[in-house]
Write a new protein. Structure first.
Length: 300
């Protein structure tokens, strides 16, 4: 079997999308992949190589999973880089489609199965919390020093939180982040969460298992959106600037995208995108989404 060496991307969301490429190539190749996220590929026949990164979260996870990486890498002449450009994202209509286009993958599958061991680890947290309602996994809006795009990408903080507050009593809310003073911090108003995990307590495997069991995931664009799609969890994603919802839309009926009145696909860190949403319309759509069966939403 021919070997192929993939220079993968660093972000967690990109690595979840990369599963489609690894799955496709593994049918005909011995795949070697650079990544800081070994557990993302737990079910795929792939040899993992540690990808150097100066990004805090990626380096932290690579260190945690260091034993999963190959100690030695053979000489492999067939080397390819997984990548995309902003123009390709717009042209192909999405991040995943742009990533997979050069590989001629027409129906990319980035689904993530959750093994029993992950569910057992998640159950430890559930036993501690004793939730009395369906789980809602919530991502507060954050900003961080190492990437300048958060302010452009984040939705308006007020509507983001107020929409959640309109339904939060129906759920057991778990707020998830990995914050470090002056490095990564929240920029949205506090939410009355039932459990707060803001110090990176939930390792990827646990978080993925909790998301898979959640009654709802509440997020803005980023890795949580893609993780919810990978495990087919019911999700509400509220958009700001920088990118639009169509770039994440795979026709999943369990996804509700709330966009500004004027969506923007500038991919700029400095463009003054107009982030105002129609709050009343968004509230009505949210209520319909939470009350109608998924098959009815798909038909609509």
């Amino acid at each position: 079997m021919q070997r192929i060496y993939l220079q993968g991307m660093s972000g967690l969301g990109d690595n979840l999308h990369q599963r489609a490429i690894v799955r496709h190539l593994a049918a005909t190749h011995e795949v070697w992949l650079e990544t800081p996220w070994p557990s993302v590929y737990h079910d795929l026949p792939v040899r993992l190589v540690r990808k150097a990164s100066d990004l805090r979260t990626q380096d932290k996870n690579a260190q945690r999973e260091r034993e999963r990486f190959e100690a030695a890498v053979p000489s492999i002449s067939n080397r390819r880089r997984i990548w995309y450009t902003h123009n390709e994202i717009r042209r192909r209509g999405g991040f995943l489609r742009a990533m997979c286009h050069d590989w001629r993958i027409d129906e990319p599958d980035f689904s993530l199965p959750i093994p029993p061991a992950w569910r057992e680890r998640a159950q430890v947290w559930l036993d501690r919390w004793q939730p009395d309602r369906p789980l809602l996994i919530y991502r507060p809006l954050v900003d961080r020093r190492e990437w300048s795009g958060c302010q452009a990408r984040n939705p308006e903080a007020g509507p983001y939180v107020e929409l959640l507050r309109s339904v939060r009593e129906r759920f057991f809310v778990v707020s998830v982040a990995d914050l470090v003073p002056q490095i990564e911090w929240t920029v949205s108003p506090p939410v009355e969460a039932d459990a707060v995990c803001h110090a990176g307590e939930l390792e990827f495997e646990v978080l993925a298992a909790l998301v898979a069991q959640a009654g709802l995931v509440w997020c803005s664009p980023g890795f949580m959106l893609i993780l919810a799609q990978a495990v087919r969890a019911q999700m509400v994603a509220v958009f700001g600037g920088h990118e639009s919802a169509r770039l994440y839309d795979h026709g999943y009926p369990e996804n509700l995208f709330i966009e500004p009145i004027q969506p923007c696909e500038c991919f700029s860190k400095v463009h003054p995108c107009r982030k105002t949403i129609n709050f009343d319309a968004a509230r009505r759509r949210l209520e319909t989404f939470l009350h109608e069966p998924a098959e009815d939403l798909a038909a609509a």
